[in-house]
Design a protein around this ligand. Structure first.
Ligand code: CP
Ligand code: NVA
Length: 310
């Protein structure tokens, strides 16, 4: 499938903003690129990606950096505290100036509205590297992993446990686009927060896991929420008893970082069902495909430079 520019600027802020056929095409490209480290050759040659972080990161930072460099591009990583936006400079000036230097910006920050404002004033693509609202790059890698392990995601059941957060919300966006069922096993107290259309929201963890193809969880305290009480989450720990309710072929996923023996046990993490390292690796391949689409207006022509039939 061809990945063509849609609008004058291909921002990647939320899955709901990108046409479904583009997202499907990105995933096809990601699968194909996984088999060839340095191909398509040098398609990002001469292009620069600014990477701005207002929160910690291992996978997002590493995978974007390696994705750009394996395909010939450059990166400029900066902590948010190092740029003038943290001082007196406003978002519009920041966006306009960055647009004169680099070809795309990937940013991780708490406030999603600020990310949207940055994109609005940028003439280059802005990529959401995680906000408190969503984490779309993660979910592209997650869908790629599910496809790799279980085949077409359409009609599969993904069961999510624990907190309701940025990753859950992006899973919800993806469920509608990619046609899978999403079941949420959450503490009753969080049910009113659910603002995605899940197939089922239940406080009964065993019921949520029943016959699921994918069991997924995330930290109970996202970055910026450290120190909150975790007691209400304990019944939603992914352990062997919970996994036993899922389908025999079920896989376990987690975007990482993991708080071992909180949201998931070491036993599940050591089991054959656990695919977390493939999931983490797929950030790299998915990111290449996302970048290729975002950079289409900068001259990246992924279809013409790389024969995917190979
Ligand atoms: N999953 C994820 O985004 O990991 P990092 O916080 O390490 O980037
Ligand atoms: N929900 C987690 C995801 C980390 C990748 C957080 O926001 O900290």
């Amino acid at each position: 499938m061809s990945v063509q520019p849609l609008t004058s600027v291909n921002h990647f802020l939320d899955l709901t903003d990108v046409p479904s056929e583009i997202l499907h095409g990105m995933l096809q490209n990601a699968h194909k690129m996984k088999n060839s480290k340095f191909t398509p050759a040098q398609i990002f040659s001469g292009l620069s990606l600014a990477m701005v972080f207002d929160k910690r990161s291992t996978r997002t930072r590493m995978s974007f950096e390696v994705a750009m460099k394996q395909l010939g591009g450059h990166t400029i990583p900066m902590n948010m505290s190092e740029i003038q936006l943290t001082g007196a400079e406003n978002i519009e000036d920041t966006a306009q100036v960055l647009s004169r230097y680099v070809d795309a910006v990937m940013i991780r920050m708490s406030d999603h509205d600020t990310l949207v404002q940055l994109a609005k004033h940028s003439s280059i693509p802005v990529i959401n590297g995680l906000t408190d609202w969503s984490h779309p790059c993660q979910i592209m890698a997650d869908i790629m992993t599910i496809e790799e392990k279980l085949g077409d995601i359409k009609g599969k059941t993904v069961a999510w446990f624990g907190d309701y957060n940025n990753v859950t919300r992006s899973f919800g966006h993806a469920a509608e686009i990619f046609g899978f069922d999403l079941v949420l096993g959450l503490p009753e107290e969080l049910h009113s927060k659910v603002d995605i259309s899940a197939n089922q929201v239940t406080a009964d963890a065993s019921a949520a896991a029943k016959n699921a193809d994918v069991i997924v969880t995330d930290t109970w305290e996202s970055m910026g929420q450290e120190g909150k009480s975790l007691d209400m989450f304990r019944p939603y720990q992914v352990n062997s008893a919970l996994m036993a309710n899922a389908a025999d072929h079920a896989i376990f996923m987690h975007c990482m970082p993991i708080h071992r023996e909180d949201e998931v046990t070491n036993e599940v993490l050591a089991s054959k069902q656990c695919v977390i390292y493939d999931e983490a690796e797929n950030r790299l391949h998915a990111q290449k495909a996302i970048l290729a689409w975002c950079l289409a207006n900068a001259g990246v022509q992924i279809q013409q430079t790389f024969d995917f039939a190979a």
